[in-house]
Design a protein around this ligand. Structure first.
Ligand code: MIG
Length: 788
């Protein structure tokens, strides 16, 4: 309470943290190597260094003992065999792989890291790395004037995090989400630095509360943890995409979602009865507004007991789920970690009798107050508890449910600290650690339990998981929504850099609550937000109890029409979106990207927070203020085409763009392609025809990859996909297309039609060396049919 008064800035409040004595590791005494692991003994600590690939090095400092190379659950990669050249002289030791060169100064022990071309990536300042007396670990690196910083998971504020100080501590923040709000639901202790057009990354794999300080000094940044080892990876880049490839090689990539999971989703805290859910579905169907998912928030449960239905509100969930599924709509229920303390409740009984809940060292169970009242929390750090929890999901999957929504898994508890007692001792597979150390991975481990459990039960079908909390690696299991935002224009604005930085943090499947969760939304805001939502990887309209209803028709016909148009547009763009998800699965490149990613040498892009790219050839520049029908749009070098009007616009400059309520400004890079499917009621309806829109140019060439598979199963992992690459080469009056197919999947669409934009009158089109006949080329509408 006193925190919200002037007492917060009382002169006596200065934290002791900054005043604690800092010790750096001192001078090197000696070093040894065993099986590619180099261990350096210094005056005041030990440093271990090992390569995971030629372009990834891991450095671990432990002030007290030789470092442990056991990594956190974020890691899915084992070190590869890397040839290292070691050169030592009086002053320093150099370790080189061809893509990285590590130079270690002996007195004092200081590390500098260069890439294969000799460009400096990371250099320690005079303070180097070390620890404080309270066992905090910290290191200090040089920050150059040209450095820009991205990633850090889920943070408020603008795109470039230079000048910020950020804390990683999974926190339930109902309010506020302000520019100064720091710790939110996700902790991704990772970032990439962009310097002079090149990028490199740092992943600080420490699950304690960590902080990244890019603010306190102008020429130094530091990162620090409350305990544990100073354990970090340096990723050599040199492009932003390369850094993401490296980071997701370490922490894993997102599976391709089932198609229904990237459709339009409707939620409310809560749709409270079976009747209400059925009526909601009916309205969508009657109005022909596409819909893939309806969420069940906490009211569906019997006294908030997970794995149960309230018999009065939902008397026949099996029938409801089946009927909806027949109409192409799926149900996704919420599951929180808290298990009600109730000796007559089966889940609680099992948890207690099989010793599956979080406990204190003395053996007593930790109880916290959440929705069901006094509750116990599964200890997801053990395989036994994860398997049990996963198995329990057959309660849902037996009813035909294929998706789960995990909330409150920071874990959130209704108390002063907002979470579990830090003294709780997690079993952690016989390597006990306090909640203070493992807090940040609780949500990730719950995600693993849920995803793996459902995967087993769905016999080949892809599960969908939505989570609020997570740590590095969460992308392997779940989509992430950005928690309890509000129906403010400012929160619409903030969602763009948030989604972009989550993408740059290895998590491609993200989005905010469209329309805003708390506070009352309005027609204009919902229309503008839905326009953006149609292009964010995750697209769900969700709103809170006690605030204005927010279904597409809630604010009158005028807005309903715009909202419907953009939900339909989402389905038209689905083949493009799906191809981007496949790319993310393969390479770690996110679906939604900042312009910086494609144009890392263009300073206009470094902190561009109100536009984003959808793949590498589409720019979305939404309207995000009320009563506004125009905005400035920055188009980088290249030539751009207005998606709605086909108007050609020069790049490398700003344009004033008109955008009435029904227009979301979209620009396509000239010379490139996008794929459109058909408008449909839900992703269950298949495409009969696909259209490739080609924005012609008079010169140059481009490559487009269209990815397709069954959208449902994991057969794509065994080759059952279609990857169609279309190369377009432009010459005056001539277009040469080279089409190649890879994979064994036969798509549902039988026609692939080519729509040419801004083409010249007598354009000759060749496909795989053969000229297209006039019969196949309708010149009035610029459509070429029958390319397969
Ligand atoms: O603190 O389940 O962020 O989406 O509707 C409230 C009720 C708990 C928080 C989630 C929100 C959800 C709500 N939950």
């Amino acid at each position: 309470m006193l925190e919200d008064t002037s007492f917060a800035i009382h002169p006596g409040q200065k934290k002791t943290l900054e005043n604690t004595t800092y010790h750096d590791v001192g001078n090197l005494l000696n070093f040894e190597e065993t099986k590619g692991v180099y261990t350096f003994s210094c005056d005041a600590g030990y440093v271990t260094l090992l390569f995971y690939r030629q372009d990834i090095v891991r450095i671990i400092m432990n002030p007290f003992e030789k470092p442990s190379v056991k990594s956190s659950v974020a890691l899915v990669k084992e070190p590869e065999k890397v040839n290292v050249e070691v050169v030592e002289n009086e002053v320093e030791i150099a370790l080189s792989t061809g893509k990285l060169a590590i130079k270690i100064l002996k007195t004092p022990f200081r590390v500098s890291i260069y890439d294969g071309t000799g460009t400096l990536l990371v250099r320690e300042t005079v303070k180097g790395m070390g620890y404080k007396e309270n066992r905090e670990v910290i290191c200090f690196k040089e920050m150059s004037e040209n450095d820009h910083f991205y990633g850090f998971g889920e943070k408020s504020g603008f795109l470039d995090k230079r000048g910020e100080k950020m804390t990683m501590w999974n926190t339930d923040v109902y309010a506020p989400h302000n520019p100064e709000t720091d710790a939110l639901y996700e902790s991704i202790p990772y970032f990439m630095t962009l310097r002079n057009g090149n990028a490199h990354g740092i992943f600080f794999d420490n699950t304690f509360k960590t902080t990244f300080d890019l603010r306190t000094e102008t020429d130094t940044f530091s990162f620090h943890a409350e305990g544990g080892q100073l354990d970090y990876y340096v990723l050599a880049g040199p492009t932003p995409k390369a850094v993401l490839e490296q980071y997701t090689d370490l922490t894993g990539r997102a599976p391709i979602p089932p198609k229904w999971a990237i459709g339009y989703h409707q939620s409310r805290y809560s749709y409270e009865t079976e009747q209400e859910v059925r009526e909601l579905a009916k309205t969508f169907l009657e109005k022909n507004i596409p819909l893939d998912v309806i969420y069940l928030d906490i009211h569906y449960m019997d006294g908030y007991r997970v794995f149960s239905f309230d018999k009065d509100r939902f008397p026949t969930p099996d029938k409801m789920i089946k009927d909806l599924k027949n109409a192409g709509i799926r149900i996704v229920p919420i599951v929180d970690p808290g298990v009600k303390e109730d000796p007559e409740y089966k889940i609680y009984q099992e948890g207690i009798r099989n010793d599956l809940f979080c406990k204190y060292i003395e053996g007593n169970i930790y109880f916290g107050e959440v929705w069901p009242g006094n509750s116990a929390f599964p200890d997801f750090t053990t395989k036994k508890a994860r398997e049990w929890w996963g198995d329990k999901h057959s309660f849902y999957t037996d009813l035909g449910i294929e998706g789960i929504w995990n909330d409150m898994n920071e874990p959130a508890v209704f108390n002063e600290t907002k979470t579990m007692d830090l003294k709780v001792l997690h079993d952690n597979e016989g390597d006990p650690r306090t909640h203070r150390e493992l807090h940040n991975i609780y949500g990730l481990m719950m995600g693993e339990a849920t995803y793996e459990g459902m995967k087993k039960q769905l016999s080949g079908k892809r599960p969908f998981l939505l989570t609020r909390a997570g740590y590095s690696g969460v992308q392997r299991y779940a989509a992430v929504w950005t928690g309890d935002n509000r129906s403010f224009w400012e929160h619409l604005q903030m969602s763009l850099p948030m989604v972009m930085n989550l993408g740059l943090s290895g998590i491609p499947f993200t989005g905010p609550d469209v329309g805003g969760f708390a506070h009352d939304s309005n027609g204009e805001l919902l229309a503008r937000w839905t326009q953006v939502g149609a292009f964010t990887p995750y697209f769900r309209n969700h709103s809170a109890i006690g605030f204005a209803r927010q279904e597409p028709w809630s604010f009158g016909v005028k807005y309903e029409e715009v909202i419907k148009k953009y939900i339909q547009l989402r389905y038209q763009w689905m083949p493009q979106l799906y191809s981007l998800f496949a790319e993310a699965n393969e390479t770690g490149t996110p679906v939604v990207r900042p312009l910086m990613m494609g144009y890392p040498n263009d300073e206009h892009t470094f902190n561009l927070s109100d536009q984003f790219m959808f793949g590498d050839n589409v720019i979305i520049a939404p309207i995000m203020t009320p009563g506004t029908t125009h905005r400035a749009v920055y188009l980088p070098e290249d030539i751009w085409v207005n998606y709605w009007t086909d108007e050609v616009l020069e790049g490398g400059t700003h344009h004033l763009i008109q955008a009435d309520l029904e227009i979301l400004p979209i620009f396509i890079k000239q010379g490139t392609m996008i794929a459109h499917g058909e408008v449909k009621q839900s992703s269950d309806y298949i495409d009969e025809k696909l259209t490739i829109h080609l924005y012609t140019s008079s010169e140059g060439s481009s490559l487009f990859t269209l990815y397709e598979d069954d959208g449902k199963t994991f057969d794509y992992e065994k080759g059952a996909f279609l990857r169609k690459t279309i190369k377009a080469e432009f010459q005056q009056n001539k277009l040469e297309l080279t089409i190649e197919d890879e994979g064994s999947y036969t798509p549902t669409w039988k026609h692939l039609e080519l729509k040419l934009h801004n083409s010249t009158e007598n354009l000759k089109v060749n496909v795989n060396g053969k000229e297209i006949s006039e019969k196949e080329y309708d010149r009035k509408v610029n459509v070429v049919t029958c390319i397969l």
